[in-house]
Design a protein around this ligand. Structure first.
Ligand SMILES: Nc1ncnc2c1ncn2[C@@H]1O[C@H](COP(=O)(O)OP(=O)(O)O)[C@@H](O)[C@H]1O
Ligand SMILES: [Mg+2]
Length: 333
């Protein structure tokens, strides 16, 4: 039996706008195994959200190339009805802003119960009981009362918990969490992450954790995928990525993480900005911002290759022989 749950291959999702074509996702491979938590990181605008929305078939963008297999099913060939059966059931999503998934016109209980009734075929009474149990599981106080509250009656942190309860109510195989704690203050953020970790351990749900916060990745993820300008630029297990980042972009992201020491110094930030998709003319998309860029980086695009087992990077530095690389890096420092 295959261990693979989500397998995205060579995905390109483009937007066709009046101002031209926006290649938001431009050749991405992402694999997530059953029960695994994979972090997708990168600055804003790198294509993280569009990648995940494409996996759920919820983006207005057009898939121009590639394939998406979820639990053996070819997502791109499913009907709307088949997709609705998967969404919220086998594949659920939580967002930064809970009101994106909560409907202000219905009570919390109604919304959670509805998913349970549709997907698990529970009757009304049993569905409400399960909704209350889910609210209790996400540690919402007085769940018997909150179940009859409307979203606006809850605080931001409680709404986030209610959204997680709804997403987890049908025991999804995959939870896509897109910046789930970004809008919350640090204490509540830590509580929500604890909660997600517990849920993951008890239900063996795989998580695609989209975040620009490397602290969240360090705490939650088994493996990390770094995206830049619609492409994967590095991929490794979490320990390797933090200990031995290879891509200059990943190194820059890691240097931008605040730590006790760096609080005193000015926080490092990668020079320049994420390019507007479609504005690049060949070469490595990171070359204009890279301290180590060579002539070849401006001419040819690197491809993702193994530098070690299970550690992939797309960067020409790792195609130089060792001595050349050391000389080059020393000269540019
Ligand atoms: N509906 C849309 N129409 C046009 N462009 C879009 C749309 N959604 C996203 N984009 C563009 O696609 C790129 C990737 O966006 P996104 O995946 O949201 O980035 P991230 O989640 O990494 O911050 C951005 O340049 C963004 O402006
Ligand atoms: Mg996003």
């Amino acid at each position: 039996m295959s261990n693979s749950l989500l397998d995205i291959k060579g995905l390109k999702t483009y937007f066709y706008t009046d101002d031209g074509v926006i290649p938001a996702v431009d050749g991405v491979d992402i694999k997530i195994n059953k029960g695994e938590t994979v972090g997708i990181v990168g600055e804003s605008g790198c294509g993280k959200s569009v990648t995940s929305l494409t996996a759920m078939q919820l983006t207005p963008g057009k898939v121009v190339e590639g394939s998406i297999t979820f639990d053996g099913k070819d997502i791109l060939s499913l009907s709307d009805k088949e997709l609705r059966e998967i969404r919220g059931n086998e594949m659920a999503m939580i967002f930064q802003e809970p009101m994106t998934s909560l409907n202000p016109l219905f009570t919390i209980g109604n919304q959670i119960s509805e998913a349970i009734r549709i997907h698990l075929k529970y009757d009304k009474k049993k569905a409400k009981e399960r909704a209350i149990a889910m609210l209790r599981k996400v540690e919402i106080p007085r769940p018997e009362e909150v179940v009859d509250d409307y979203p606006h009656q809850l605080s931001g942190g409680m709404r986030q918990r209610a959204m997680i309860a709804m997403a987890m109510a049908c025991n999804p195989k995959l939870l896509i969490a897109d910046e789930p704690t970004t809008a919350l203050d640090v204490t509540i953020q830590a509580q929500i992450l604890d909660l997600m970790r517990d849920l993951k351990e008890t239900s063996n749900t795989a998580i695609m954790m989209i975040t620009h916060d490397l602290g969240v990745v360090a705490e939650m993820c088994d493996r990390v995928i770094v995206m830049y300008a619609g492409k994967v630029v590095e991929q490794a297990d979490v320990k390797t990525l933090f200990k031995d980042p290879k891509h200059p972009y990943t190194q820059g992201l890691l240097k931008s993480v605040p730590s006790i020491e760096s609080m005193e110094k000015r926080l490092y930030s990668i020079k320049g900005n994420v390019p507007i998709p479609g504005s690049l003319k060949g070469g490595c998309p990171f070359a204009p911002r890279c301290d180590f860029a060579m002539d070849i980086c401006r001419e040819k695009e690197p491809i993702l290759k193994d530098v070690k087992e299970e550690h992939l990077v797309s960067c020409f530095l790792y195609e130089l022989d060792k001595e050349e690389a050391i000389n080059h890096v020393t000269a540019t420092r």
